[in-house]
Design a protein around this ligand. Structure first.
Ligand SMILES: *Cc1c(COP(=O)(O)O)cnc(C)c1O
Length: 455
């Protein structure tokens, strides 16, 4: 097999490691995030050939470029076919504007794409090494259920998931708390950022070393790489002219999704611009404009709850890709090339009022059914096309990402559109299942005590 691509830490104080090590560790020992030392290319001809391929075939061709030398191709292909057994609809809206629905997986969230692949890869390496892991994850809604589902019943892996008590919907909670087996769920009296802080502290606590903790948050490079694939897929399926460029709009919170897209562009996907739409947590649009970064503390509670992030955990990766260095606290040690970043990315903040109005207008004008996260993305795209009519005109291919199924937000949709969106089969029957979860205060010592007692 060829020489593997190594992964360096964005804090630059830990040795580079191969993919399987980065995957099982999650966070680098210096608290940095793993990034590929070298970004493999996808040539134009190869992208054109994707037009005739199914999703798993494209996934295999993209993912194997990062994993050469660390997994035999036939094993990787088998894991990919097992992970991606659901459709990826590309819905035409108007002109050349589309919505890519990433909500057809088992938990009706785009996070299934990453979680299912990562779960299978982790299990593969753990079995080989005859080792066990405890996956520790903070969720603001969709991560938790996607991870819980992706790892449920797997050998060699236990899962503990923290969620902010008041920031997830009943349905999101039930998707996690009704599983059982190797999956434990903990509600925290705090915000998502508090849950994330508890998890981060546990990772660096020497007293917990024997638990063999690993992260399944989007800080794990094993979640970023699978998220490159759907950008190639959408482009290959919708491209009409050979040299066409595409605009993607990505509703963003921790920026794992957008990192997939940006890496895709660096691999050779012809992207004209990324529109990065955040909710009222606008630290990124402000940073992109000014080069100065200030976290949003505390983060705002918006209806697009999975994007209520005051300090995106993947931002250090973006800064690294543009030649800068940011540590885990958000401190910038070396400025990124803001000029190039601004040329490739445009970012805007969408408030709740606009999010709701967009859900109503998209439905009225185009029979486009959006939930709050996808609405932030679509509103961002509409804003971009309005502000730059020469760039986002009728002939321009634009693809906005819908990251969850509208049926996961029934109260909001009911209020705005006066109907209940039909449940996808994956969410049926949840109401009748029995829930089981722990409750803890927002206190590290309590949390640590719980982990030590339980595992
Ligand atoms: C997690 C999530 C997002 C944000 O994705 P990031 O990778 O954190 O930017 C957007 N929408 C939904 C529905 C999500 O669950």
């Amino acid at each position: 097999m060829e020489k593997p691509i190594l992964f360096y830490s964005t804090n630059l104080m830990a040795p580079p490691v191969s993919f399987n090590k980065a995957l099982l560790k999650g966070l680098a020992p210096d608290k940095g995030l793993y990034m590929p030392e070298y970004i493999p290319r996808v040539e134009k001809e190869e992208i054109h050939a994707f037009s005739d391929m199914e999703y798993p075939e494209i996934a295999f061709r993209i993912i194997k470029k990062f994993l050469t030398g660390v997994i035999p191709e036939e094993d990787l292909e088998r894991l990919i076919r097992d992970a991606y057994d659901y459709p990826v609809p590309l819905e035409h809206v108007y002109e050349r504007k589309y919505v890519m629905r990433l909500d057809q997986g088992p938990t009706a969230s785009f996070k299934d794409f990453a979680a299912r692949m990562m779960g299978r890869l982790m299990q593969y390496y753990l079995k080989q090494d005859k080792r066990n892991l405890l996956i520790l994850t903070a969720t603001s809604g969709d991560t938790g259920s996607a991870i819980a589902n992706a790892f449920y019943g797997l050998d060699n892996i236990n899962v503990a998931i923290l969620f902010p008590e008041t920031e997830v919907t009943d349905r999101q909670r039930k998707q996690m708390t009704t599983l059982g087996k190797n999956v434990r769920i903990i509600s925290i009296d705090g915000k998502f950022d508090d849950c994330q802080a508890l998890v981060k502290e546990a990772f660096t606590d020497p007293d917990l070393e024997q638990l063999k903790l690993s992260s399944a948050n989007s800080i794990n490079i094993g979640r970023i790489i699978p998220q490159i694939v759907y950008y190639f897929y959408a482009y290959a399926k919708l491209r009409k002219a050979k040299h066409e460029e595409v605009i993607f709009s990505v509703p963003s919170g921790n920026f794992g999704d957008m990192m997939g897209g940006i890496l895709g562009m660096k691999m050779g996907l012809p992207v004209k611009r990324f529109v990065i739409a955040t909710n009222e947590n606008d630290e990124f649009p402000k940073y992109l404009q000014s080069g100065n970064y200030d976290k949003t503390i505390p983060s705002f509670n918006c209806i697009s709850s999975a994007m209520n992030v005051g300090h995106p955990s993947n931002l250090a990766r973006l800064v690294a890709l543009y030649g800068g260095m940011m540590d885990e606290s958000g401190k910038i040690f070396k400025a990124a090339d803001m000029e190039i970043m601004q040329k490739e990315i445009w970012s805007t903040s969408i408030d709740d009022e606009k999010t709701r109005e967009t859900i109503q207008n998209a439905w009225k004008e185009h029979q486009l059914l959006l939930e709050p996260h996808g609405s932030v993305g679509w509103a961002g795209l509409m804003k971009y096309c309005n502000e730059f009519p020469d760039e986002g005109g009728p002939g321009q291919l634009c693809i906005s990402l819908e990251t969850a199924h509208p049926a996961k937000f029934p109260q909001e949709i009911q209020k705005l559109l006066e109907f209940d969106p039909a449940l996808p089969p994956s969410l049926e029957g949840l109401e009748d299942k029995l829930e089981s979860f722990e409750h803890l205060d927002n206190d590290y010592e309590d949390f640590k005590h719980y982990l030590v007692q339980t595992y």
